[in-house]
Design a protein around this ligand. Sequence first.
Ligand code: SAH
Length: 588
Amino acid sequence: MEKNKAIIYLSEKGREIAEKIRSIFPEAKLYKFKKELLHEIWNKYNAFIFVSAIGVAIRCIASFIKNKKEDPAIIVIDEEGKNVIPLLGGHSAEANSLSLTIASFIKANPVITTASDLKNLPALDLWIKKTGLKIKNPFLLPKIMAKFNSSKELKIFLNTQVKLPFPKHFSLVSTISEADIIVTNKFIKDVDENNQLVLIPKNLFVGIGFHDWIKEEDLEKTLKEVFKEAGFYWEALSGIATIQKKGSHPALKKLSERYKIKLFAFTSKELNQVNSSSPPGASMKTLGVASVSEQAALFSAFTEFQKAFLCVPKQVFKDLTIAIAEGVYKIKGKLYIVGTGPGDLENLTPKAISILRSSDFIVGYKTYINLIKPLIEDKEILAYGMMEEVERAKIAIKKALEGNVVSLISGGDPGIYGMAGLVLEILSKNSLDLEIEIIPGISALNACASLAGAPLMNDFVAISLSDRLTPWDVIEKRLHLAGKGDFVIVLYNPKSKGRKEHLSKAKNVLLSYRKSETPVAIIKGAFRKNQEIILTTLKKIDLYPIDMQTTIIIGNSNSFIFKNWLITPRGYEVKYGEKLQFSSPSLG
Ligand code: SAH
């Protein structure tokens, strides 16, 4: 199924709302409601957003809906755009989350009715989905969720080593009988499968050595017997491994395809990075490996989870040897460094919105968090003060390493005096292995330029006047060189409580290269409630109340002001001259 959204509207009024929603989901398709529409498109989308009365939506979908697992997200928005109601697929198809995104964007009220969300409890079904654990007795899930919603406590017994993020209200217990959930890769006699939810991690790795004439049926049969004997669940099987030379054997390939398990084939050099516990077998002479099965099992488990141990030593059968290793199960977290633009939600990119919505944790500077609050209200938020950027970066890295999806937000663009550099520096200094993605945002320089006119139409430089991390003499040197080069200059961090005189110093440096009448734009709180745009000249630059939310753009020797616009010519006038003349009948 295409992962996409259909937005269905009835009236022209509804169309306006539909169009607005599409602007944050550019891939969504818009449809005007007609009788047979749902027949045509039901199988094409995994989310349907109706801008209509709730009754219309219900009648439309009634004959198509099947069950929680298969149904798409159904969302209804009234034509006044006041309420956003996730009707179906709140958790399973992420309709709740999608509704919150839409509601925050169109400034509507999200009408959430799923119990865990109303009680502010983590959604157990979403947590299981995120961890990748397989549910052995899924029929029990609604009952356990209902129990959790009333007791507000979820007790977990771990029967296998896992490193997972456990949300608030989840606690680990040391006896099976008191647990609501058992995480295990093994059958346990004392577990009551009618009352205790069994979750299976895919953390078992089978290593095998075999003769070439082995058949798939025999391999599978023997493997299943070994699993049964050891009490392991077949669902816990994650991978099957052998030596490189045998890796393309059809029996192995078929088995891995049939059960969707990974197939590993290692060189003897790789296998010898781990030890076998059994005395060297025949493979020592022929392949240079003490025990293909044990070493392949262990090495594949290490490859996947970095921590592993042998749980079934080499078993010898007629045409094959089998060993099983267990990996310490963990899920991979990811750290997004998200540019949130100059301030308002409309200047966030659709990509940034979807990443923020898909994150477990949002970490950031308080002011920036507040600017996007409606969008992230249901997330775990870690807000910090201004100077605490190292702490912010470290906590974001820590949460992601624990297996969470984390968005570290950075105002404007994260790569321009933002958080991206700091995070990457910390990772490189500590050689940390973490998946990172940087989501660009509109920086103060282009947000402010758009409000001032077109000041950056020719070569420009950005200089931060903050000497917290760069010594003042370096800043001063750069001001000299930018002045000398006749660059348009964008000044970030022009002033703060502790540094009142820097702007005047910068002005004096630039006055030795540029006329005192050089046009300047001072932009305060771009795209925020307190937005203010001042057009002035270089000599007056330090006479205005300037704060840390201000960016200053200083024109070059050709920049000029027309009406309320600061313009730096690109060179069209010189090249095309007359051609820029505009004449229309009305202008005479
Ligand atoms: N990463 C940010 C910059 C952080 S440094 C970006 O790309 O924009 C902080 C400085 O950015 C502020 O002191 C100010 O100079 C500028 N700034 C950030 N947001 C602004 C806004 N909305 N209006 C004007 N200047 C802004």
